[in-house]
Design a protein. Structure first.
Length: 51
């Protein structure tokens, strides 16, 4: 299996209906994105957001 780590603003590549819905029971959207696209989604803050 090939794997690549790609860093990009995920909001530019998602349907807007998914935005803001990654916490709690709404986390099912991550599973849906992963299953439909054959990817693993790991959402993290960048350095600017951590400061």
């Amino acid at each position: 299996m090939n794997s690549d780590i790609v860093y990009f603003p995920i909001h530019e590549h998602l349907d807007s209906s998914h935005l803001g819905q990654f916490i709690g029971h709404e986390g099912i959207n991550i599973y849906k994105i992963e299953k439909e696209n054959g990817v693993t989604v790991d959402i993290c803050k960048n350095d600017e957001e951590n400061s």
